[in-house]
Design a protein around this ligand. Sequence first.
Ligand code: NA7
Length: 571
Amino acid sequence: MPQDPQDPPQTHDLDALVVGTGFAGIYALHTLTQDGLRVQAIDQARDVGGTWYWNRYPGALSDTWSYLYRYSFDAELLRDYPAANRYSTQPEILEYLKHVVARYDLRRHMRFETVMEGAAWDDTIKKWRVRCRDISKPDEGKGEVQYTYTVRYLVTALGLLHEPVIPDIPGLKEGVFQGEVVHTAAWDPQTSLAGKRVGVIGVGSSGVQVVTAIASQVASLHVFIRRPQYSVPANDRPLTPPERAAINAAYPALWADVRASHLGMGFPESSRKFMAVSPADRERILETLWREGNGLQLMFGGFSDLTTDAAANAEVCRFLRRKIAAVVTDPRKARVLTPTEPYARRPLSDAGYYAQFNRAHVHAVDVRAHPITAVEAHGLRTADGTLYELDTLVVATGFDALDGSYARVHIRGRDDDADDLHERWRRTGSACYLGCAVSGFPNLLLVSGPMAAFANVPPLTETNVEFLRDLIRRAEAITRRTGTQCEIEATLAAERAWTEHCDVTARKTLFAQAPSWMFGANVPGKRPASRLYFGGLGPFRAKLAEVKACGWVGFKEPLGTAGVLRSHSHL
Ligand code: NA7
């Protein structure tokens, strides 16, 4: 049959394929094309944006300062691109990413509505064979692999928070509800909630933001709360022109601080121990952070040990509980909204969350006391027999994070009889060298994969991509010299040592005691373990520098040298 010129040819042979076009994929594509590689990026979405494409729910906002929630590699763009408020909304971030793509003419290397079904390393040709499906015409060729990429480097920029978690509530997946169901991570922008009876399941970042944004518009709002979290005012406000001018003047120093810091968020991280400060001064510091900061600043900007000293953490919890009691006028609602656990999950920031519950039509439903038992045709039923009648159900139940992003991509490495990558992680635990390489998977390069640093995404992304670029540059030089494709592959010993180092680092923090997505605790049956490096962005960058300085230690020869980082030799 003659091929339609519009159809993609069956096989594309390239140097590299980037999977994902969020912050990480865009920068990976830009960086590798700058190096002269033939690269394409694919995404299952209709456009760029990654997390910021999918999470289009009302109120979606980044809690990093807007002028640092962006790439640093282009000084002019950094200086000239608008930053209206302290924080950027989802539409603003999406526009920013589109602008970057247009500025560097990257769209010509991108293909949307393209799902990576699977990839297998072909050791005879030393390339990945990546099977893809075009979903732009959903009725044609359903489920069929429609074309294949053969590439020397497979760069997965799948995102930290991509795979939505749908809770196992009878009736939910079966679709018995006659109203509309929408997950925050797959939000349909056409969804209108005005005047509706709305239910929200989940009060993490997504739930807190959506509740705050919609409370004034809906007829009634029932928020189903299992384990409430502490939320701190984001204190968003416009940036004044003099503030912006000062930021522009200070950018080089600001970025240097970001890269050396733990969180990479731009605010000074305190070195002051909580118990070393008088109770009156602690209160004063916390008050200032409540009035001027956000959740991250309250956790890390006033004191150095709130996530490691349980007694200090308990004091801050008391402070935060007092704040909730002072805002929420109905004591019954306040009780449902008030956490009892330590302040040790990813901190939340809001735009007036607790105050929404002072509206008579906004209800806090305690589903710890009476769990949701079923989704029925007209609403949600809880264990005490109550049916909450709803028109729209918002499912804000988060993500199968980090390694969960790999659940559906079926990547098979050197040993094609072995498990695919996600299955291997599921069976034996997630392990990944420096968040970027896995033993047995040559030339598979993960951007911010499991065991990358817990930090502000743009500087973390730049750190990861630039490390991968340097790995590829070295591999290309060796390939040219030897005439044989050089393989970038972590040794098993280095992968294990790094993963164990991440685990030891995490266990020193109170984060490890609070069940959350960072430890896989939000997904039934998922192995509980840290999937992040909690040592900080600055120390993470220092490790990467050490790896390079030590002859790419932990990567197999000829690219690297056997052994593990000196700083891990005790493991
Ligand atoms: P999160 O932080 O994982 O929050 C998910 C929420 O959903 C949380 O409140 C859960 O309660 C709740 N949940 C999940 N299943 C149920 C059931 N069955 N019943 C009641 N409540 C349920 O996801 P987000 O999307 O808000 O945020 C993820 C990250 O994105 C965030 O940390 C930022 O980094 C950006 P639980 O606490 O498990 O009781």
